[in-house]
Design a protein around this ligand. Structure first.
Ligand SMILES: *[C@@H]1O[C@H](CO)[C@@H](O)[C@H](O)[C@H]1NC(C)=O
Length: 480
């Protein structure tokens, strides 16, 4: 009887939730690092709007990407699944990250269910602005995978190319190719000037206004790329940062995000719009200092599975729902944006496949801490796992000596002996263990203690000392 009495209630609640399904706005940065925001400690403090967003929302200090490279990270965000499940990995080189430049024919498989495909069922209109990076052939087009609108490009804005053998990267509006980077969409590599962030901003404002007027819920995926080398900014921002051209790009993005949030407030829909800000992977230190950002206290950068490659700046903002000024230590992942968005829309995640993302709403709304691991993949190899404050590396690698000798350095000025190795080192028999609370920069492996303990053990046997055998580790000299 109790369940019969509850049933209509549940239905009412479900209908109520569907009617109130909030708009979803994901602000995904390209190669922006954890240390690039004032609120994360960047000393020039040039991100007042993002800092304000954090003050009005919730800051996530332990938020990760699913892969330290653009394509697989984006595929993971939109499918809620690790790249080894959604196809964004390679098998033609151990621990090699996969991506989709213009000379690669692959892309997102049809069998994957993307977030916008699912949100459509709850009446959402879906738009992607900016970089897609999940394949450039027709079958991989965003409008074939749940998006209703697109303004942007299938690839990175690398170039200029010769436009014969290698054409410049195209820019699309929906199915129509509008032009190409460097030709119709200028990027001045000498001055760093480009108007693209302004175009992406205007697209976002227009789309939000249009959706508000038609009273349709929207999902907007604002995947802009000004902080990916070659970095760019429009004229009014050039030379305004203490950090150089990269900082100019960050300042323009910060200004744009401030305008987007203000637009939501002016339209009176800020309490009905869930906004999440994060980045696709760590700052590209190979491009630093002028073209790359900062990973704060963390080791190495993009392409690596050290914290600098995968820990991301992250802010959730939903006035009236997410408490202002909150700081969360929840271990989060871009894949959670898939599950959280479905939850916001009142939808269940697909049950016919493994979903790796979790619903973060309990962490955001009730301050809960959900126990879950973080997996650090590089291509097809599980390089490391984080559980709580511990991180175990099963493989270490920065990049090859051959690459390194050509000046390509994923960890400039940061080499840690036995950790940032230039050969792929296997530690599966005895993982290299770090305590990220005491050692966020991954400089002092805990294994050294065990090792010393074991060599002590041998010594103790030889010299009849008992310290180690009794299970009490002798006081070790900590490398600090
Ligand atoms: C950006 O837009 C301004 C104003 O329309 C124009 O003068 C300038 O040439 C543009 N810059 C680039 C690099 O396209």
């Amino acid at each position: 009887m109790a369940s019969a009495a509850l049933r209509p209630l549940c239905l009412c609640w479900a209908l109520g939730a569907a009617a109130a399904a909030p708009n979803i706005l994901l602000l995904l940065m390209d190669d922006m690092g954890w240390g690039d925001l004032g609120v994360f400690g960047e000393p020039s403090k040039e991100t007042p709007n993002l800092d304000q967003m954090a003050a009005e929302g919730m800051l996530f200090l332990d938020f990760y990407t699913a892969n330290p490279l653009c394509s697989p990270s984006r595929a993971a965000l939109l499918t809620g699944r690790l790249p080894v499940r959604n196809g964004f990995y390679t098998t033609n080189g151990h621990a090699r990250n996969a991506y989709t430049p213009q000379d690669i024919v692959g892309g997102i498989p049809d069998s994957e269910l993307l977030l916008p495909e699912l949100l459509k069922k709850a009446g959402y209109t879906n738009k992607i602005i900016g970089k897609w990076h999940l394949g450039h052939r027709p079958q991989f087009h965003p409008l074939r995978h749940g998006f209703d609108e697109w303004f942007g490009s299938p690839n990175c804005h690398f170039g200029p190319y010769d436009s014969r053998e290698r054409p410049n990267i195209p820019v699309y509006r929906d199915w129509e190719m509008l032009g190409r980077y460097y030709e119709d969409f200028k990027i001045d590599l000498k001055t760093g000037e480009a108007n693209l962030t302004q175009l992406y901003l205007q697209e976002a404002l227009d789309f939000i206004s249009k959706q508000q007027a038609s009273q349709q819920p929207f999902f907007l995926y604002w995947a802009i790329d000004a902080t990916h080398a070659p970095v760019y900014a429009s004229k009014q921002f050039l030379g305004t940062s203490q950090r150089g051209l990269y900082g100019d790009a960050v300042r323009e993005i910060d200004d744009s995000i401030g305008k987007i949030l203000k637009h939501l407030q002016q339209l009176g829909i800020s309490e009905n719009t869930f906004v999440f800000f994060t980045s696709d992977n760590g700052a590209a230190l190979i491009s630093a200092p002028k073209q790359g950002g900062s990973n704060g206290p963390f080791l190495c950068g993009k392409q690596t599975t050290f914290e600098g490659g995968m820990r991301e700046p992250a802010i959730a903002w939903w006035p009236g729902h997410i408490p202002a000024g909150g700081v969360s230590h929840q271990l989060g992942n871009v894949m959670d944006l898939f599950s959280t968005s479905l939850s916001l829309a009142g939808l269940q995640p697909p049950s016919d496949r493994q979903i790796d993302g979790i619903d973060l709403l309990p962490a955001m709304l009730q301050g809960e801490l959900i126990d879950r691991p973080i997996f650090y993949y590089r291509g097809n190899e599980l390089m490391a796992v984080r559980a709580g404050l511990y991180k175990a590396h099963y493989w270490t690698w920065s990049n090859s000596l051959e690459e390194h000798s050509k000046g390509i350095d994923f960890c400039p000025g940061q080499s840690v002996a036995g950790v940032t190795t230039h050969t792929q080192e296997e530690h599966t028999y005895l993982p290299l263990l770090f305590h990220l609370g005491r050692d966020p920069g991954e400089k002092y492996p805990l294994r050294d203690r065990t090792r010393q303990c074991c060599s002590h053990k041998k010594m103790a046997r030889r010299t009849q000392h008992r310290n180690c055998d009794s299970g009490i580790a002798p006081k070790m000299k900590v490398q600090e």
